[in-house]
Write a protein that binds this ligand. Structure first.
Ligand SMILES: [Zn+2]
Length: 263
């Protein structure tokens, strides 16, 4: 699934493929997940691609912006050709073509006037760990307290932007915290470790998955993670067997020895 590191890789690729080039043609075979007029992109030069959380923010000449949320399976690829599930393609003045491929069709693209950062969807996002840094104090203040499970709040994009199920499972594992720990039961000293673990996971994933196309682990890509999807495998820290539990329909993976759930 596209989470912060995967979206960052897509952003870097889109930057490499499109910035400085002018869009000469747009094909939008599927307009069901598209807002605004894609034809408005024609004749515009791409100035920049930025990212906030899991949201890609494109800026073009003429005060035109693009918001691209990749949903569950979306990715921008170079030269999509006759691949299946291509929802939108941009042809550039150097002959290059970039396409948005989205098998499950849960992503959304918005073409808008003005800075994409000013769109309400972007403004609603919390701090981004890569852009704004992440400390234990920030994390604690943004997540608040109470009985809610740590994982639930970490996934709320308005609190911290960009973390998805994989990032949260991996960060909790690296910090030796059970992802379902009630917020009030997170030890004072654990917040710094959790913030550092999230940043470590992001850095490791950026390095492991860098390339022209990210293969999402749920689509059969390599699993380079420590705990996510590793139920039944030994914990890389202690050798105990990684377990799986479900919270709000989404799987959590954890080491019962390193990450006991507090009473
Ligand atoms: Zn362990």
């Amino acid at each position: 699934m596209p989470e912060l590191p995967e979206v960052e890789i897509v952003r870097r690729n889109l930057t490499r493929w499109t910035v400085g080039r002018t869009v000469v043609r747009v094909d939008a075979p599927d307009q069901g997940r598209l807002d605004g007029d894609p034809e408005a992109l024609v004749g515009r030069r791409v100035r920049a691609w930025r990212r906030r959380g899991k949201l890609l923010l494109g800026e073009l000449d003429g005060d035109l912006g693009v918001l691209s949320h990749l949903g569950m399976t979306g990715k921008w690829v170079h030269a999509p050709g006759d691949r299946r599930f291509v929802r939108l393609t941009l042809t550039l003045d150097d002959g290059g073509v970039v396409g948005l491929v989205d098998a499950r069709r849960l992503g959304r693209t918005t073409i808008l006037r003005g800075r994409p950062e000013d769109h309400p969807t972007a403004r609603a996002l919390g701090p981004d760990p890569l852009l704004d840094g992440l400390t234990g104090a920030t994390l604690r203040a943004r997540l608040g307290g109470g009985r809610a499970p740590l994982k639930q709040r970490l996934l709320e994009q308005g609190r911290v932007a960009g973390l998805g199920n994989i990032c949260v499972v991996e960060a909790c594992h690296r910090a030796r915290l059970h992802p379902h720990t009630p917020l009030d039961a997170v030890p004072d000293g654990a917040w710094d470790a959790l913030a550092a673990a999230a940043l470590d996971h992001i850095a490791a994933t950026l390095e492991a998955e860098d390339g022209d196309e990210v293969a999402y682990v749920n689509e059969g890509g390599d699993n380079a993670f420590l705990a996510y999807g590793k139920a039944g495998s030994p914990c890389s820290f202690c050798g105990a067997i990684i377990a799986r539990a479900v919270l709000a329909g989404r799987p959590s993976y954890y080491c019962p020895a390193c990450q006991p759930l507090p009473n």
